[in-house]
Design a binder for this molecule. Structure first.
Ligand code: SAM
Length: 184
């Protein structure tokens, strides 16, 4: 199981990037995103709505105590990776991470990451040694962790399903009314 913990969400300023963190986490094989910082009901609703339409069993949950998420994960025997430009190089540690446990929690930061996050991670991991983005770092790290298997993931029971084509757009739509009813 891969879960992602997004720290320090700010309503408004971070809405778009946290949405992208959630959708990227899902697309690359995470089953759940934990959100800390400000509780953003409308962003969570919109991610759930997208996940619902595109299939699979993705969850998103708010916990105002990110340390509780970290400690619970640790207690259950899972391992923790904190993505930071200061960490060990991703491609050098990813095999060790993958072999350490079936349950990996990947933490991405926000504006400022407290020292206790660094201390409680089993690995602080960087994707390149340059500053960039939580979305980019997450995608690349999940790709390395999954060894490319994310390209073959199947998302169960979708409403929308893209049929890959080099030109044009082909989307199969299944049972749209059922999902629309579920929302109401
Ligand atoms: N200035 C913040 C700090 O003190 O850590 C980081 C801000 S950065 C825009 C937000 C998040 O993107 C970081 O917490 C980290 O999770 C991720 N990130 C940015 N560059 C990264 C890199 N090269 N490797 C891994 N993660 C990175």
């Amino acid at each position: 199981t891969i879960n992602v913990l997004r720290l320090d969400h700010r309503i408004g300023r971070d809405t778009r990037i946290t949405t992208h963190v959630c959708l990227t986490a899902r697309a690359f094989g995470a089953s759940k995103v934990w959100l800390a910082g400000e509780e953003d009901h409308s962003m969570m609703r919109s991610v759930r709505d997208i996940a619902d339409r595109w299939g699979g069993d993705f969850e998103i949950e708010y916990n105002n105590s990110y340390m509780e998420v970290i400690m619970n994960w640790r207690e259950k025997g899972g391992k923790i990776v904190h993505l930071t430009m200061y960490g060990a190089q991703a491609h050098e540690v990813v095999d060790e991470v993958r072999e350490s446990s079936d349950d990996i929690l990947i933490i991405v930061g926000g504006a400022k990451v407290p020292t206790k996050v660094y201390k409680n991670a089993d690995w602080n991991v960087s994707v390149t040694t340059q500053p960039h983005s939580e979305v980019a770092a997450l995608a690349i790290f999940q790709h390395l962790l999954m060894e490319g298997k994310e390209f073959d993931l199947e998302f169960k029971d979708p409403v929308f399903e893209v049929i890959p084509t080099a030109h044009g757009k082909t989307v199969n739509v299944h049972n749209e009314n059922r999902k629309l009813n579920k929302k109401e």
